[in-house]
Ligand binder design. Structure first.
Ligand code: SF4
Ligand code: SF4
Ligand code: SF4
Length: 308
């Protein structure tokens, strides 16, 4: 698969169809992968794809990275879940279809717990189904895009995985647990987690759908959110961010992975996605021509008349 990927990257660079390949490469000691930006055909050997390719590289297609934009025509190595973010960016007018060459890679899942995986790989722990499940990201257990859905080039063997009818895994178990709580316990649950937020904004920076030129948290006239690492404003920041991602978040999981305070951001974002599914029969990231429900308004169809 890597050979296929490298050959395609070389072809794109040599033909001038791409000036930069945004992909994955090894870090120095091969303990994890890191984003790489390949501009010369002789460097394509640095491109890899494996279970450690967790990062959603679509963030490098946003206006947060003008230096990557300035590199010229971009091609990106993307898993199906990353492509969902690209699709949302297209549906929101942030990216045109012909502005990026998508090298879609078929995928069997990525892992977050690299230590556990390393032990299993070197034989010091048994790689049974249980361990495999424990280290594989929840999103992968529910994934319906292991065969990427929007590509210019497809790399890898077809996956025969069928996702479960109902979402499974820690995130969805937690949502069910919280739904059973009374409002006081729900409040305490979330305030307990939000109290650890240090407003580092890693969740925002890693998210390709948090692309506002000026985030509401940076506005100070008026100042909507207390931006310092203080308890004040933690609830506002986390709720505003969840609200701004409602109907848009694709469950790529990057915000929770980046959060140094281990706040279960996937739980809140996925709860909002379930609500959007029930209310609008909508799932984000599948159709670049379909706009997320929260950004469309049609006075003729709206059943409420308060805004007419
Ligand atoms: S969600 Fe799907 S495409 Fe994304 S890493 Fe998991 S299995 Fe691969
Ligand atoms: S909010 Fe988090 S899970 Fe959702 S798209 Fe952004 S980084 Fe991914
Ligand atoms: S990454 Fe975590 S700690 Fe940092 S601002 Fe986001 S929620 Fe708060």
């Amino acid at each position: 698969m890597e050979k296929q990927l490298q050959d395609k990257a070389r072809e794109l660079l040599e033909s001038g169809k791409a000036d930069v390949i945004i992909g994955y490469g090894w870090n120095r000691d091969k303990s994890h992968t890191t984003p790489v930006f390949i501009k010369k055909a002789e460097d394509v050997g640095k491109l890899v794809f494996n279970k450690l390719c967790v990062n959603n590289l679509s963030v490098y297609l946003t206006r947060k990275y003008p230096d990557v934009y300035a590199m010229g025509k971009r091609a990106i190595v993307a898993k199906g879940c990353d492509i969902k973010n690209i699709v949302v960016m297209m549906s929101e007018g942030q990216l045109k279809r012909d502005e990026v060459h998508i090298i879609g890679v078929t995928c069997d899942g990525v892992i977050f717990d690299q230590d556990a995986w390393a032990k299993a790989e070197d034989g010091s722990a048994d790689m049974g189904a249980e361990l495999k499940d424990a280290v594989t990201a929840t999103k992968c257990h529910n994934c319906d895009v292991r065969n990427p859905h929007l590509t210019d080039t497809l790399i890898g063997d077809k996956s025969n995985f069928t996702p479960p009818d109902e979402p499974v895994g820690f995130v969805f178990d937690k949502i069910k647990d919280i739904e059973k709580m009374d409002s006081r316990d729900k409040w305490q649950f979330w305030m307990g987690h939000f109290s650890r937020c240090i407003k580092c904004y890693a969740c925002r920076q890693v998210c390709s759908l948090c692309y506002c030129e000026r985030c509401i948290s940076d506005k100070n006239m008026p100042q909507w959110i207390e931006t310092s690492a203080h308890l004040r404003g933690n609830l506002a920041w986390n709720l505003i961010r969840a609200q701004h991602l409602t109907g848009r978040c694709t469950f790529c999981g990057e915000c929770e992975r980046a959060c140094p305070a281990n706040i279960p951001l996937n739980v809140i974002n996925q709860k909002m996605s379930l609500v959007m599914g029930e209310a609008f029969d909508y799932k984000s990231g599948y159709d670049p021509k379909e706009h997320p429900p929260m950004i469309v308004f049609n006075p003729d169809e709206d059943k409420d008349d308060f805004i007419k």
